[in-house]
Design a protein around this ligand. Sequence first.
Ligand code: BG6
Length: 489
Amino acid sequence: MKNLDSQSASEIVLFGALGDLSRRKLLPALYQLDLAGLLHPKSRILGVARTDMDIKGFSDFVETNLNEFVSEGLDSEVLDRFLSRLVYQQLDFSQSAAFKHLAQTLKQGHKTRIYYFSTPPAIYGAICDGLNQAKLISAADRVVMEKPIGDSLESSKVINDQVSRFFKENQIYRIDHYLGKETVLNLLVLRFANSLFTSNWDRNSIDHVQITVAESVGIEGRWGFYDEAGQMRDMVQNHLLQILSLMAMEPPADLSADSIRDEKLKVLKALRPINHLNIKEKTVRGQYTDGYLNGVPVPGYLAEEGANEKSSTETFVAIKAEIDNWRWSGVPFYLRTGKRMPAKHSEIVVHFKEQPHNIFKDSYSDLPANKLTIRLQPDEGVELQMMNKIPGIASQLKIHENKLDLSFSQTYRDERVIDAYERLMLEIINGNQSLFVRRDEVEQAWAWADGIIEAWESTQEKPKPYAAGSWGPVSSISLIARDDRQWVE
Ligand code: BG6
């Protein structure tokens, strides 16, 4: 075992242990930590769910899913160790009296308890009540909340209030899994470990920024959930705003959780409100119709399984976001995210300003501005587009656009790109909150998102159709073209 100096044994209690997130992400992440020697020898993993099951059943469930979701295969010794950490407790979360059974299972030892809520948020309050009644909450315990934390500022306050009756803010870990992605974490390093960007990261040097989070998948059988949410609540309010905050924030004094979160919050507070007066100019909503992905026909949103044909939920959003502060005044951040786009492809493109005067116009009339592309996924990496002289003898200088390309898979060949949940699980176990979203951030992000959602409602802004497999509705091209710019495809 290595790197365990600061870690004490923990009891990791997974509520919703048989659910999709648990089997695809949480259990594989914990297995990877065990493999890397990052789980304390005495730590246990307690699965909690409504289904009646014995430990053999749970152990088989875990093994089957690890086999399916740990792509590089399992190490038999680590697997045995991992399975020996498991405990299972059947529990009806709505019956607070039933939590006494959980208390019996948990009573041995004085380990840090980590309560991971991988259940619908509507029952977070009931789980907290049950834990409290069974005297299962102490100051050393932690609680992990998955999104969505509400569907508006008001409902998020209700959930946050329910949980904060029993847990202090320094015990609460709100997940936005994008914050655990290697490339998102790398934004801090890129910005604050490279002096090149210290003086070039503002309105004097940057023309605009594009943030695209495109997915080729549709709603993957989640009609009920997704139709209530839509892309604004599901992706923009959290993942895109977190990326934007990291890109735009002032340098934090250090890497402590509150230093980082204080700076992100200031960005969210400085976002210019979008309302019924400017909604049409600043946003585009879209909904996919049938189309083709990689040559294969796919149904439109309204023909998905379980669909209500009258739904006007958006599956695509484009926004021109503006940050009203000294650093970013006049620099738009164009956000774009959608389902059923041509590929899974997330990137940030920073467009620097053009040269004030082109002395190479004899050989290159239209000198392009530098672009910094941060590829979040897949093919993670950083790329800087620059002009270069083509070597050789000629009467005129020949120059062309080329790129410095730092591809992670090429540069760090021996390193495995870890899943976001591995990083997040480790930070929870180690008690580091810097990669988790503080309550005021969630609420500020909702306040801004609510303004947009309400404006869509009040102006009866219907989503514009776009064919599955395309880059979104034509009006999303106009959104940026109005400013004489274009999306990077
Ligand atoms: C989730 C959303 O938070 O993020 C999903 O609910 C979305 O709708 C997913 O598909 C995207 O995550 P990733 O890591 O695949 O980009």
